[in-house]
Design a protein around this ligand. Sequence first.
Ligand code: FES
Ligand code: FES
Length: 168
Amino acid sequence: MAKTPVQFRLNGSDKAVFVDGGQNLLDVLRRGVGDMSSKYGCGQGTCGVCTVLIDGEPQLACLTLAETCGGRAIETALGLSDGPNLHPLQAAFMEHFAAQCGFCTSGMLMAAKALLDRNASPTREEVAEAISGNICRCTGYEPIVNAILDAASKRDGARAEGEGRARI
Ligand code: FES
Ligand code: FES
């Protein structure tokens, strides 16, 4: 079968791959470029474990045709930390025991990141809505919602502190 060359940015790095017609982005991420952070769960758009950001929007990689990703910026959970420094969402998930088996966690983190990137101070209801497409079999969701709200409040606090310092 003829393959199509596709180039995209993954967590800030350029990637060039050949993809099959009909091949989904999740498969390309995991088998094509070796980013295993996005998980394969249902493979049909119902569990959310494959959630990635494409140009900042949360998308299900299992339902995204890889051919449509040319020139797009893709973010996965692998790109969240800065070396040894965890992203505030990752730190909050740890502090709130929001990951148990961890299978849903990368998708949850990316859905949460998409929310906080567009809404720095979400309500509990907005957080619940943002992760409503992500299934977790372990936590009962409460620790996850608490972690996301905590990460938002800490980021808000850090921002306010920075602005205060800038005014001095
Ligand atoms: S694997 Fe993509 S939604 Fe379940
Ligand atoms: S932590 Fe196990 S599915 Fe969410």
